[in-house]
Design a binder for this molecule. Structure first.
Ligand code: TTP
Ligand code: MG
Length: 419
């Protein structure tokens, strides 16, 4: 077993906005692309890796970027698309750990401490996360792994794009030493020249001094630099800032319009999501339904719940309520659902927090069956006609539907619409 005191991953999408546009438009692939306003005023938001050798990048005025790289194709940003991709990526991270701290749309810390028995050593963890993001989105991330947030973050930038850098804690100080001082957190355009003037050019130059000297020279900031240079960073991955959700989106082979047809997909998504929630001991505090129209408009409605849930039963009921709030007649090419506001249920046996105890019992029994016999073992009777065939091993889940109706009839709801 790996002897690190903690395992922290920093993951960051490569050329995020530009990579999304290149993914969605083959004509942009392999070419210098700048994301930014079409006018010459304003700044570049990001540049594809093909454009970067020309010295262009984030925050550069568009006019200057065009001068440096006249061939670059300018693409206006599509923030709602980046938001949706970001949610997918954070969903993937949530599959690896309940402790995910999103720093922005495209980067997060993931605390993998104690997860080596599931995912293997740190390098394997990194490989699996990269692969999972690639499968979910068709995009690359760079990953840095170490025992502290700071070293993990520096490591993720080390081999961009598509990098994977593991820095074992006992090697962290030596690994940081040759890097320039501007890689220290807090050493920006103003502070770096000051450090240089004091004779500090590499992080190793700082690590080799002592804390008192740094403190005398630069106050609290100097002390902080000394500690970072020695790979000391006690900050934990903050679960409070988690941007996690667990989702299940289905792009359909045939567009659907009728609520009944949509509900079939919502039901299946609810079951998948609930199984994933339970397998990670998560509960969800909110439910979101997404529909994509035949002309690719993405519509979304969400509920926050008063009590957290982890059953398909409860998720599906919320999703049906949400479905009524869409005013678009369809047809829809994608039906999706996500559970968000996830928290970690440390003591799964502490069942009284769940309002839907009966549903839980039933669904955890089904979890066991599926774990033993595979996901195709079970199918709801009401879904059978949508499949056309009935699996020989299919189990009739009509009783689930009966229970649904009973719940719907019960006065009061455990949910509240916050939209
Ligand atoms: P970054 O992660 O800083 O940059 P990046 O993903 O484009 O490239 P890489 O990580 O491979 O170096 O930022 C993520 C996105 O945030 C970026 O695609 C565009 C946006 N962004 C801005 O809008 N303005 C900015 O000044 C920066 C730095 C980023
Ligand atoms: Mg990035």
């Amino acid at each position: 077993m790996i002897g690190w005191p903690s395992i922290i991953i920093h993951a960051d999408m490569d050329a995020f906005y530009a990579a999304v546009e290149q993914r969605d438009n083959p004509e942009l692939r392999g070419k210098p692309v700048l994301i930014g306003p079409r006018s010459h005023r304003g700044v570049v938001l990001t540049a594809s890796y093909e454009a970067r050798p020309y010295g262009v990048g984030s925050a550069m005025p568009v006019a200057e970027a065009r001068r440096r790289c006249p061939k670059a194709i300018m693409v206006p940003p599509d923030f709602s698309k980046y938001q949706a991709v970001s949610e997918q990526v954070m969903d993937v991270f949530a599959d690896f750990s309940p402790k995910v701290e999103a720093l922005s749309l495209d980067e997060a810390f993931i605390d993998m401490s104690g997860a080596a028995h599931i995912f293997g050593p740190p390098e394997d963890m990194g490989r699996q996360i990269k692969q999972a993001v690639w499968e979910a989105t068709g995009l690359h991330i760079s990953v840095g792994i170490s025992a502290t947030k700071y070293v993990a973050k520096v490591a993720s930038a080390h081999e961009k794009p598509n990098g994977l850098t593991v820095v074992p804690p006992e090697q962290a100080v030596a690994w940081l030493a040759p890097l320039p001082v501007n890689r220290l957190w807090g050493a920006g355009k103003k502070t770096t020249p000051k450090l240089n003037a004091l004779g500090y050019f590499t992080i190793g130059d700082i690590a080799a001094r002592d804390e008192q000297t740094l403190s005398r020279q630069m106050g609290a900031m100097g002390r902080q630099f000394y500690r970072l240079a020695n790979a000391q960073d006690p900050r934990r991955v903050s679960r409070g800032r988690t941007a996690k959700s667990i989702g299940s989106d289905r792009t359909l082979s045939e567009d659907v319009s009728s609520p009944e047809d949509i509900k079939v997909h919502l039901r299946r998504s609810a079951e998948r999501i609930a199984r994933r929630l339970r397998s990670k001991a998560y509960t969800a505090g909110g439910v979101r339904v997404r529909l994509k129209t035949a002309d690719f408009q993405l519509l979304s409605r969400q509920h926050k719940l008063v009590k957290s849930v982890d059953t398909a039963d409860a998720l599906y009921k919320q999703a049906c309520d949400l479905l009524q709030q869409f005013d678009h007649p369809g047809p829809f090419r994608l039906v999706g659902m996500a559970a968000f506001d996830l928290s970690w249920q440390h003591e799964p046996e502490q069942q009284d927090m769940f309002t839907d105890t009966n549903a839980r019992k039933l669904e955890t029994t089904i979890d066991d069956l599926i774990n033993r016999f595979g996901a195709d073992t079970l199918m709801r009777a009401r879904d059978l006609h949508h499949h056309g065939t009935v699996s020989k091993n299919g189990v009739n889940l009509d009783f689930l539907d009966y229970r649904d109706e009973e719940r719907v009839a019960r006065p009061g709801s455990d949910a509240q619409d916050t939209d």
